[in-house]
Design a protein around this ligand. Structure first.
Ligand code: NAD
Length: 353
């Protein structure tokens, strides 16, 4: 039986990957210490998702380990010798990072280095998939010429007709401390690939989403937006008239891409992983979709000041992913994703009473 090690296993992407690979017959080891509840308080608690994995996956092994614990990571990887590693544990919010710079850097950068070095020592041939972020491009996407449409911004430059590709510069722009800690990790993952010839890849995520996100105001765009809608809570729009655009990819399509890479790995690769133009929406457009599936009106307030470094328009160019892995493509539409998020929150909120 092949062994998969997933860090951040109780999070959105980690849990999806655990279930997806378990269904393909892999033995799953998950690493998570519920740090999301420390970063974001009770609303970010992921224990419910850990319990879901423990009840759904036969033989699932949970490791209550902090990836900042270097010796603990070395010992774990030595003892498991996994056939593949999917690293999704992180401090994932760019707004939160400024208040907790050491926790952010130690988790995102040093934690990643701990995992890379342990992998090099004990399983250098196992594919190592790292969840990076489109924030590695900083606010440079905001320098692309834009046009304002009725409900969204869009690129007004034919070079970006399909979105932003992996050749876009990550240098000399404002990243937020989170973006900077993720840049450092991203470059380190590439370096372990190029320098030590290890099969590593960085997936620079747009908005990764799905029914199993513990969305909070500072992280988890659609999940939090739908939760506000269902709880009749005011959603705050920060600047850009609510027309700022995100591309959204369902966590299942993320897991499917990770499987493609693990089955046929390459050295030091980088992919922009998002929903692409077809699954993009602005905040206002997302409101309409949430209302369509919940039947409830969206309450919101508008704050004219935008979030620091926020992208005005971002969608990923998926050309490279599709050309390297032609069997992979987006399979879940934005509509279907939002419908699933609405259903999942309805269940979770009802269970809480
Ligand atoms: N969700 C998005 O929209 C998005 C977008 C771009 C990139 N990403 C990246 O994808 C990855 C996964 O994101 P997600 O949305 O699933 O995040 P998440 O917060 O839902 O999951 C991360 C998990 O990691 C755990 N964790 C955090 N620090 C830890 C530590 N020090 N030790 C052990 N466990 C720890 C948390 O408890 C949480 O369960 C992250 O690297 C994130 O930066 C996410």
């Amino acid at each position: 039986m092949q062994k998969l090690l997933v860090t951040g296993s109780s999070g959105l992407i980690g849990s999806e990957v655990c279930i997806y690979f378990a269904n393909q017959g892999w033995l799953i080891h998950g690493v998570d210490n519920n740090q999301r509840a420390v970063f974001f308080g009770n609303q970010g608690d992921t224990r419910w998702n850990q319990q879901r994995l423990q009840s759904k996956i036969k033989g699932f092994v949970h490791h209550e380990l902090d990836i900042r614990d270097r010796q603990g990571v070395l010992d774990l990887i030595e003892s498991i010798q996994p056939d593949a590693i999917v690293h999704t544990a992180a401090q994932p919010s760019h707004d939160r990072a400024a208040a907790i710079p050491f926790d952010d850097f130690d988790t995102n950068t040093v934690g990643t280095l701990n995992l890379l070095e342990a992998s090099r020592q004990f399983c250098p041939e196992s594919p190592f998939v790292h969840m990076s972020t489109n924030k590695v491009y900083g606010d440079r996407p905001n320098t692309i010429k834009l046009k304002e449409l009725d409900t969204r911004w869009d690129y007004d430059d034919p070079a970006y007709e399909q979105g932003i590709s992996e050749t876009f510069s990550i240098d000399q722009s404002k990243h937020s401390l989170f973006g900077a800690s993720k840049v450092a990790a991203d470059v380190m993952v590439q370096e372990y690939g190029r320098y030590f010839n290890m099969p590593t890849c960085c997936l620079r995520g747009g908005c990764l989403t799905g029914p199993n996100h513990s969305g909070v105001e500072l992280h988890g765009f659609l999940s939090y937006l739908v939760k506000c809608n269902l709880e009749a809570k005011e959603y705050k729009i920060f600047g850009y008239k609510g027309k700022q655009v995100r591309d959204n990819i369902h966590s299942l399509d993320v897991a499917r891409f990770i499987e493609s890479f693990v089955e046929s790995p390459k050295i030091a690769e980088v992919y922009n992983l998002g929903g692409g133009k077809q699954n993009s929406c602005s905040i206002i457009e997302a409101f309409n979709l949430a209302e369509k599936y919940s039947g409830k009106a969206m309450l919101y307030t508008y704050v004219s000041e935008n979030r620091i470094g926020d992208h005005i328009c971002y969608y990923s160019d998926l050309t490279k992913m599709r050309s390297h892995y032609p069997d992979w493509d987006i399979t879940i539409s934005l509509d279907e994703t939002i419908e699933q998020i609405v259903e999942s929150w309805q269940k979770r909120l009802n269970a809480r009473g």
